[in-house]
Design a protein around this ligand. Sequence first.
Ligand SMILES: NC(=O)c1ccc[n+]([C@@H]2O[C@H](COP(=O)([O-])OP(=O)(O)OC[C@H]3O[C@@H](n4cnc5c(N)ncnc54)[C@H](O)[C@@H]3O)[C@@H](O)[C@H]2O)c1
Length: 379
Amino acid sequence: MSTYNIVTLPGDGIGPECLDATLHVLQAVLERVPKLKLNLSRHEAGAEHYRKHGVAIPQPVLDECLAADAVLLAAIGLPDVRKPDGTEVQPEMMMGLRRAMGLYAAVRPVKLYPGVASPLNTASQGIDMIILRENLEGLFASFGGGCLLNDTVASDTLMITREGTERVVDYAFRLAEKRKGRPSDGKRRVTCVDKANVFRSFAFFRKIFLEVAQRYPNIESDAAYVDAMSLYMVTEPSQWDVLVMENQFGDILSDLGAAIVGGLGLAPSAEIGNAHALFQPSHGTAPQLTGKNVANPIATILSAAMMLDWLADRHADEHAREASQLIESTVAALLSQGMLKTADQGGNVTTSGVAEAIVDAIAAQGAAESANSTNCAAS
Ligand SMILES: NC(=O)c1ccc[n+]([C@@H]2O[C@H](COP(=O)([O-])OP(=O)(O)OC[C@H]3O[C@@H](n4cnc5c(N)ncnc54)[C@H](O)[C@@H]3O)[C@@H](O)[C@H]2O)c1
């Protein structure tokens, strides 16, 4: 029996609805994989918490995140809840969690599932790449710092370190080893996305990338400038496997990535460190959809699948692997049948309706498997 302590943070806006749908699915998965046990705790944190209590994430909740096996967060932040300096609560809480948990690698899959419409007419060979965003350094290293001089000049410093770059690039190659390669021809390839033609910091990022690439002779490596990559992702999306990049570039290109595979409602993410990991959809709190049961919960549900897959790797646990695959394969099958078309996908399936469809499909597979094993035993 494998038991994991999972902290769930529903957050703000559509976050609680997306998390509830995900917990419904997890419950069905646990019934199918009885040797897996999740101790789930649930805590308030985010903009509403800040509005009521003056703090976005209480220290005991942060401590519990650090003690947990993994954290599953839905979405946080509300545009009308701001700190006295005018900024939102969300970046401070996310950067605080990332820094405290050492989450240096943000893994953002850009995968076009059969049955989902891409706005591109260049997607016929498929889209299945990972945007790997360095998550602690780059332009975000100066978060909470920066400088405003006499109301005339403002600056933020972009920071690239050897240690930070080596670990995320190494992670990129290890990820490529586990994947099936790019959709166009199955070649495993890691691409460094930078601006090395202009900035010393990015030339250094690329230099370290090329050094690390030497350790992985079986995986192709190349580099592209970020402006060109934003074009290539649209004109030849099947050519890419793993793209590794600086923090701010990853922040931007991962939203572009979501747009070409059906939108933010289908975009999960994992944030990984050496000792901790946090999983959350790539989207925000979509305040205009809150409480209407119309948000797409699939990004959160697939983030939970990524969590189980990470637990499986970390603990060599085939039960967690089975649970992860059960979620992803069921979601993929239902998407291909057009059964999960929420409003953002041009349909009218509700948030809770998505969860119910997945739960029903998981239960039906379980019933079919038991009937098969009974028939086999009888024959
Ligand atoms: N990590 C996070 O929790 C996170 C990330 C981004 C933004 N935010 C916060 O979310 C709030 C709103 O920000 P925003 O509007 O820029 O981004 P957003 O991701 O909430 O919304 C962008 C667009 O995508 C749509 N969308 C997002 N998620 C969806 C879903 N699950 N189903 C259907 N449609 C969905 C929204 O309706 C909107 O049109 C802000 O307070 C922001 O700070 C939080």
